[in-house]
Design a protein. Structure first.
Length: 326
């Protein structure tokens, strides 16, 4: 590799079972990856050690890359958290940390700037700086997976709101009589269109007696159907899978229509594991927007797939270090 100087950042993605870290350059290129287990059910110090192990391994790689400058460490951590102070509050899947000053502890160890934010905000920022939303003044980012996380970005900066809790678009209710979300509210888009909700609707159709190849995939047990199976069934032309995805498209069109009426962003970007299954239907979602938006020009807003896939947390962490985005 050339010894031409490049500013590098370490992006860290913390989950309930793993910590992923990587070196990212100023163009958003991920130059290295490292992953190790996250010990989430022991002491706060043990949890921190899981994170610093990943950081240390990645930091050593900077020395192998010639004359590079490490500008900071950006960390995607599960919420709730305070992005202004870098304190992790009480994440359900990280019981080791309660009001834990993660940014302060990591900065004390490495003596370089440390930023902490949730994964959707960080991934949205990476898309704004280096990905599908680059060049747009305002952007709405959504990650569709086990849950639905979102970010609002203006002029390449995350909109955090008054206390840092803004941007929870996945918990926008579109049906006050709908299923109860894990957050406690009724009819959140997350409870209707995230991966588990897609699987749940497919199971309900199978339990009503409909024939489907999904049953073969689940060894004859509807309760074992997953959203991944729905995706495979969709590709194979299964009618139950197609019906479930058609419903999901309508739900998302309703939600995106609300987003357009509230924000009218220049672009909407979608990432996450479920988005790969829905990508062929982005144009269909756009076509349905006029039924769910009063904005007569709603179909002009691009609905684009995200640049970053499973590495969005690493890219997002690094993006937090690229100037002042708070």
């Amino acid at each position: 590799m050339s010894n031409t100087r490049r500013d590098l950042a370490i992006g860290v993605d913390i989950g309930g079972t793993k910590v992923a870290a990587g070196l990212v350059d100023s163009n958003g290129e991920i130059l290295s990856h490292h992953r190790n287990p996250m010990v989430a059910d022991a002491s706060a110090a043990t949890g921190l050690e899981s994170v610093t192990k990943a950081i240390e391994t990645t930091r050593q790689q900077v020395k192998e890359m010639g004359a590079n400058k490490l500008i900071g460490i950006g960390i995607c951590a599960p919420g709730p958290l305070d992005p202004n102070s870098g304190v992790v509050l009480n994440p359900p899947n990280l019981p080791c940390w309660r009001n834990f000053p993660l940014a302060e502890e990591v900065a004390r160890l490495y003596r370089i700037p440390v930023k902490v934010d949730n994964d959707a905000n960080a991934a949205g920022l990476a898309e704004a700086l280096w990905g599908a939303a680059r060049g747009y003044r305002s952007a709405f980012y959504a990650t569709l997976g086990t849950g639905i996380g979102t970010a609002i970005l203006f002029d390449g900066k995350i909109y955090h709101g008054r206390t840092g809790a803004a941007g929870e678009g996945g918990h926008m209710s579109i049906n006050y009589q709908g299923p109860r979300c894990a957050c406690g509210k009724l009819g959140c888009i997350e409870a209707l269109a995230a991966g588990p909700a897609i699987a749940r609707r497919a199971r309900a159709k199978l339990e009503s007696g409909r024939r489907s190849s999904l049953l073969d995939m689940a060894a004859g047990k509807p309760e074992h159907v997953t959203s991944e199976m729905v995706g495979r069934g969709l590709n194979a032309g299964d009618p139950v899978a197609r019906d479930v995805i058609t419903e999901t498209i309508e739900l998302l069109a309703c939600w995106f229509g609300n987003i357009v009426d509230l924000l009218e962003p220049d672009v909407m970007v979608v990432g996450g594991g479920v988005s790969a299954m829905l990508k062929p239907y982005f144009a269909e979602i756009q076509d349905r927007l006029p039924a769910w938006s009063i904005n007569q020009r709603c179909r002009e807003i691009p609905l684009l797939p995200a640049r970053y896939g499973e590495d969005s947390g690493i890219a997002g962490g690094a993006a937090l270090c690229s100037g002042d985005h708070n």
